[in-house]
Design a protein around this ligand. Structure first.
Ligand code: FAD
Length: 405
């Protein structure tokens, strides 16, 4: 009847509580979260929810009654400040010290800020929490001008949603293409063209020098070349930083995230870490990596709950991710480590295609736009680690089922 304390009531932390109960844990569970809300899903914050197509209730991971019915003790608006590993306690900002037999760190990541003048002006926003999303939604509407700083997935999704709300959108990107860190050039070009055709403008290879204000509110983004892009609101989407300080202060190893094994365990056998905050093994690729995705949060929540209950862990999954923009459903499986060639299958112009990344004849990753069969079969092929025929992959007259057989 061990007591499990979970720090971070986000997707990973909330799911860990659920898996513990589902797997039969009868001991105490305490879930500590510094946001005022019950665990909720973040993906809709830049998509359906921002466009007004999903209500707040639909974001919740579990209905409010679930926590009482399952005897999960909540500390919402509770900030965990310190871990005492010798005494096995977590101390909150309120002064409360909570004892644990097992501790799960699920503190996620926070939006990276830009260290430039004007970052504290009203209307310079980030998009990580429901509170952030609320501010952004209120700032958008017909005729409002949004400047998105950073052409990553969150920035592009917000751009698409803002267009749906009638706002004017410019995306400012330091690199020569959007999604430069996370997608191949074919995909970047495709998304840029798709957004442009829907009224978004791009400033590529563009540095941001400052946010300029009128009073205390933003009125424009000053670029490094001296131009001012007028705007009513700016969204800074330049990546996320893992909230690993609590672990680091407790002497646990961190390396862009808390280092864990395949059971999501840190070097302290009583402490686990899951979700965006971890630097985890990827057995398929024989390396460690930090992933930021819901499937990763769920997989590691299962790993930790299984280990705590002495059950066999889940089979390792192929990492995957999705993004929705306009009528596009992008699905990505795997990671293109050391890939030396790409194969495009389908019709890019018709917005229905997949890009496969191979290392020799092994499939490392697939990026699929409105192409679920390519995504599904690609994911299976990545897991199999068996040689793939490039000719068959490129040939749409051969079904993906056949390619994967
Ligand atoms: P989080 O969900 O961030 O939860 C961590 C929680 O811990 C937070 O509430 C944080 O405030 C809290 N916390 C931190 N420190 C403390 C402390 N000391 N004490 C108490 N509480 C603390 N993923 C996808 O797979 N597909 C998508 O389409 C997608 N879209 C996204 C869109 C947006 C706008 C964002 C922001 C993310 C998106 N993601 C998407 C990523 C996905 O939401 C994250 O990978 C997932 O939320 C990670 O879960 P987590 O529990 O590790 O972190």
């Amino acid at each position: 009847n061990a007591c499990v304390v979970i720090v971070g009531a986000g997707h990973a932390g909330g799911s860990a509580a659920a898996f513990l109960r589902q797997y039969g844990h009868e001991g105490r569970i305490v879930l500590i979260g510094d946001e005022p809300l019950l665990p909720y899903q973040r993906p809709p914050l830049s998509k359906a929810w921002l466009k007004g197509e999903a209500d707040a209730d639909s974001l919740a991971l579990k209905p409010a009654e679930w926590y009482g019915e399952n005897n999960v003790s909540l500390r919402l608006s509770g900030v965990a400040e310190r871990i005492n590993r010798a005494a096995k306690t977590v101390t909150l900002a309120s002064g409360e010290a909570i004892s644990y037999d097992f501790l799960i760190l699920a503190t996620g990541a926070r939006a990276r800020q830009l260290p430039i003048p004007g970052s504290d002006l009203a209307g310079v926003l980030a998009l990580r929490t429901a509170a952030d999303a609320e501010l952004l939604k209120h700032a958008l509407g017909p005729g409002k001008r949004l400047a998105v700083i950073g052409g990553g997935y969150v920035g592009l999704e917000a751009a698409a949603s803002a267009r749906a709300l009638g706002a004017e959108v410019v995306v400012v990107e330091r690199e020569s293409r959007v999604l430069a860190r996370v997608a191949c050039e074919t995909l970047s070009t495709f998304f840029q063209d798709y957004h442009r055709a829907r009224g978004v403008t791009f400033e590529l290879n563009a540095g941001v020098e400052a946010f300029e204000g009128e009073g205390d509110h933003i009125r424009g983004v000053r670029l490094s070349d001296g131009r001012l892009l007028p705007c009513d609101v700016a969204l800074v989407g330049v990546g996320a930083i893992p909230n690993d300080e609590l672990a680091k202060d407790a002497g646990l190893t961190t390396a862009n995230g808390v280092v864990v094994d395949l059971a999501a365990r840190t070097e302290d056998p009583a402490i686990f870490a899951i979700g965006d905050v971890t630097h985890r093994p990827l057995p398929l690729y024989e390396r460690q990596f930090r992933l930021e995705s819901v499937p990763n949060a769920l997989e590691q929540a299962k790993q930790a709950a299984s280990a705590i209950l002495g059950r066999p862990g889940p089979a390792p999954e192929v990492p995957w991710f999705w993004s929705d923009q306009y009528d596009l459903k992008l699905q990505i499986a795997g990671l293109p480590f050391e890939a030396d060639r790409t194969v495009v299958r389908g019709d890019v112009a018709a917005a229905k295609f997949a890009v496969f990344h191979l290392k020799g004849d092994l499939l490392q990753a697939v990026e699929a736009v409105n192409a679920p069969p390519e995504f599904m079969a690609g994911k299976q092929l990545i897991a199999k680690r068996a040689p793939v025929s490039v000719e068959k992959l490129a040939d749409t007259s051969v079904s993906m089922k056949e390619v994967a057989a």
